[in-house]
Design a protein around this ligand. Structure first.
Ligand SMILES: NC(=O)c1ccc[n+]([C@@H]2O[C@H](COP(=O)([O-])OP(=O)(O)OC[C@H]3O[C@@H](n4cnc5c(N)ncnc54)[C@H](OP(=O)(O)O)[C@@H]3O)[C@@H](O)[C@H]2O)c1
Length: 298
């Protein structure tokens, strides 16, 4: 785990996947071919599922997360696809290895560190080096990194409040600022934020978390109005209760009471959020929206 003192964006951890026969899955639609995607929080849960889906659709994916070992492991597991389709099938039919495949990479950074001064420069530098062309160019930016809160407001500590707001709200805003100009230049971009249904419903013990997610909605809607004419869309996916490391303790503590509030009578899975993310990437005429993927939760 990185902290301020040893904050070295791990250029050391810069690695690329090799084409390997372990790549799996039938690739039917390479709608993201040639696009560069940065997925924060791509090492686990929802972000990981989104990274996998984008990679399977042909994108070159960079996963940004905190734990270096997990980051490396997940980058190596991302689907590698060939312009002409599924690698496995092509290998069986004599894959021409000179043909291009997509490439993935990892970036280790602690997003609770404010992106100002030194860390801003370090982040810019590391992101530039992720791109062979040394530009801060990403076509698709998915902000999935997040931390939750399980504490009544009157018990909350100001440091914890700051960290939640930093990771969930301030850093996504700063990172968007860092990466927006090249999208404007290219006249194409997709920005996706992971919000939460608690942003509009509120939840006991999650006042700061809710505030951070509601902040993303205001930011994304305003951004969509500023950059729409550059062919850049900005949307929020607002998940209900999805089975991940983050939500597991809460879901377990709520039991059947929670399921009763979900018309579809089950907890969601990460794949269901990833489908919504790919849908937004592929959509040319949806912006400034909050897409709830929550099984109808009330
Ligand atoms: N799960 C749900 O039910 C649910 C519901 C509504 C909204 N959401 C939102 O969806 C997003 C993903 O949630 P999840 O359930 O998939 O969470 P998760 O399983 O806990 O994964 C969190 C991800 O964020 C990364 N991360 C956390 N703090 C970081 C930091 N300081 N610096 C860099 N990376 C950091 C983690 O990286 P490491 O692996 O390196 O720790 C991990 O990749 C979050 O924004 C969450 O608020 C989730």
């Amino acid at each position: 785990m990185l902290n301020r003192s040893n904050l070295s964006i791990s250029i050391l951890n810069r690695y690329y996947c090799k084409v390997s026969s372990s790549s799996t899955g039938t690739i039917s639609n390479l709608s993201c071919w040639g696009k560069k995607a940065l997925v924060t929080g791509g090492s686990r849960g929802i972000g990981k599922a989104i990274a996998q889906r984008l990679a399977a659709s042909g994108a070159n994916v960079t996963i940004l997360s905190k734990d270096p070992i997990l980051n490396k492991e997940v980058v190596s597991s991302l689907p590698i696809v060939h312009i002409n389709g599924d690698l496995n099938t092509l290998e069986n039919n004599g894959l021409n290895r000179d043909q291009p495949t997509n490439r993935h990479s990892g970036l280790v950074f602690d997003l609770s560190v404010p992106l100002t001064g030194g860390s801003y420069d370090e982040m810019s530098q590391a992101l530039k080096q992720q791109n062979n062309d040394h530009l801060l160019e990403f076509d698709i930016l998915v902000h999935a990194a997040g931390i939750t809160q399980n504490d009544l407001f009157f018990r909350s500590k100001s440091n914890d409040v700051r960290t939640i707001l930093q990771v969930n709200l301030q850093t996504p805003i700063d990172l968007t600022r860092l990466l927006l100009k090249p999208m404007i230049k290219k006249q194409w971009g997709r920005v996706i934020f992971l919000g939460s249904v608690v942003a509009d419903q509120g939840n006991r013990g999650q006042s700061i978390y809710s505030a951070s997610k509601a902040g993303l909605v205001g930011f994304s809607k305003s951004l969509s109005r500023e950059v729409g004419h550059f062919n850049i869309t900005s949307n929020v996916i607002s998940p209900g209760y999805i089975d991940t490391d983050m939500s597991a303790p809460y879901i377990a503590s709520q039991g059947e009471t929670l399921i009763e509030r979900i018309p579809l009578k089950r907890i969601g899975n990460v794949e269901e959020i990833a489908k919504a993310a790919l849908f937004l990437v592929e959509s040319n005429y949806i912006t400034g929206q909050v897409i709830r993927v929550d099984g109808g939760l009330w």
